[in-house]
Design a protein around this ligand. Structure first.
Ligand SMILES: Cc1ncc(COP(=O)(O)O)c(C=O)c1O
Length: 382
């Protein structure tokens, strides 16, 4: 794509050229592209008079969402269940996988979505062990050794990209260790999904959950979980509702009470979906697929290179995120000696960022330019 991201930014994020702020906060909330704002307005108008919304339009929006979310990660539509966010997908993994009593492993420092749903399994004789950090980063060697050497491990859950450090886990390595021991492998994908290429079919991943509200540039309350094809009919939903059942597509059969789950991942969709929000998500995901995940990743990597080079030029700033592009995605964290001063300077210059776990976090996306990154780094040098 020759003029990526300039043309896309002009079309989808025209406000960014008029607004004083530089938006480096996709790791918290992704801004809706113009196509998604238009879809919001269109669906609000439809929803005002629901009699004009054919069932096929609602079901079509859901089907498109499954297909498009799947396309972001190399999954088929029938392996995708629509969810309101990441944590529901992770709870599904915690509750629906046939876990025997034993230990689940994760990294210390993970976002709590990888922790609480699994800590909640104590009454089933399952405990969660945290692999301690080394120099503030996940210790993948120790995790893999534990999977290989211990016989009590029943599942591993990690985030693909960590929320605070930006560390990218080697899903192939961890997954292979899990597969060799018959251990379930569960991934929280929200901080990487859509901005880093992945082919879940080529990886030993059992379940992969992502909310779409951040990097996927979609409304709050949208997300999905991928369930590996062979697992879908082998497990049953933990929460059971009318929407899990085959009969839910035919409103004339509702009171037949046929207890027969869908044979695809729709069996994990429990209730009436947020059709409106998924329709908006479809517009956003369409923009991302048009740009191409690999192109987005390359663009963000170049923005990250600017951060890495800048940190390396400063004696008073330490890079938290690994410098190696294979180990970073869109989250760039660094700790200046005088963090409050740099935080204030960025705020005064309208550089939208966050502070997480004692580090400044930049999370640029497809709409940001290298010029913006240069300006933000110059603010820190001033
Ligand atoms: C790694 C990770 N998982 C999950 C979430 C959010 O979870 P949910 O989508 O369930 O609200 C975040 C948000 O910051 C996150 O960084």
């Amino acid at each position: 794509m020759t003029n990526f991201p300039t043309a896309l930014r002009a079309r989808e994020y025209a406000w960014m050229d008029q607004d004083p702020s530089i938006y480096f906060n996709a790791a918290s909330v992704g801004p809706l592209p113009a196509a998604a704002v238009a879809a919001t307005q269109e669906w609000a108008r439809l929803r005002e008079r629901p009699q004009h919304i054919p069932l096929a339009l609602m079901q079509g929006a859901a089907a498109t969402a499954r297909a498009q979310f799947g396309a972001l990660i190399g999954a088929d539509a029938d392996e995708i269940a629509l969810m309101p966010n990441t944590t529901y997908g992770l709870n599904l993994a915690a509750r629906a996988l046939p876990l025997r009593p034993g230990t689940i492993l994760t990294f210390d420092g993970e976002f709590p979505s990888c922790v609480y749903p699994f800590q909640a399994l104590g009454s089933r004789g399952i405990t969660l062990d945290l692999i301690p950090r080394v120099n503030g980063l996940p210790d993948e060697d120790t995790l893999v050794q534990a999977i290989e050497q211990r016989d009590d491990v029943v599942a591993v859950v990690v985030s693909w990209v960590q929320f605070a450090t930006g560390f990218v886990a080697d899903l192939e390595r961890i997954g292979n260790a899990c597969r060799a021991k018959g251990v379930f492998f569960i991934v929280d994908g929200i901080q990487g999904c859509g901005v880093r290429p992945i082919d879940v079919h080529a990886l030993p991943i059992d379940m992969f959950a992502s909310g779409a509200q951040k990097w996927q540039l979609s409304p709050w309350g949208t997300g999905f979980v991928y369930v590996r094809k062979e697992l879908i009919t082998a497990i049953e939903p933990h929460d059971v509702g009318w929407a899990c059942m085959k009969s839910s597509t035919d409103y004339t059969r509702l009171t037949d009470y046929e207890y027969d789950f869908f044979d695809d991942a729709r069996r994990f969709e429990v209730v009436t979906l947020a059709y409106q929000d998924f329709a908006v998500a479809n517009a956003a995901t369409g923009v991302m697929l048009e740009a191409g995940v690999a192109n987005i990743a390359a663009h963000i990597e170049a923005l990250g290179d600017q951060v890495v080079q800048w940190v390396q030029s400063r004696k008073d700033v330490r890079l938290v995120t690994p410098a190696d592009p294979a180990r970073r995605a869109g989250v760039f964290a660094f700790t200046p000696d005088n963090l409050p001063a740099m935080h204030d300077r960025l705020r005064a210059a309208h550089v939208v960022h966050t502070v997480r776990e004692g580090a400044i976090r930049f999370s640029p996306h497809l709409y940001n330019t290298s010029e913006e990154m240069k300006r933000a780094l110059a603010v820190l040098d001033s």
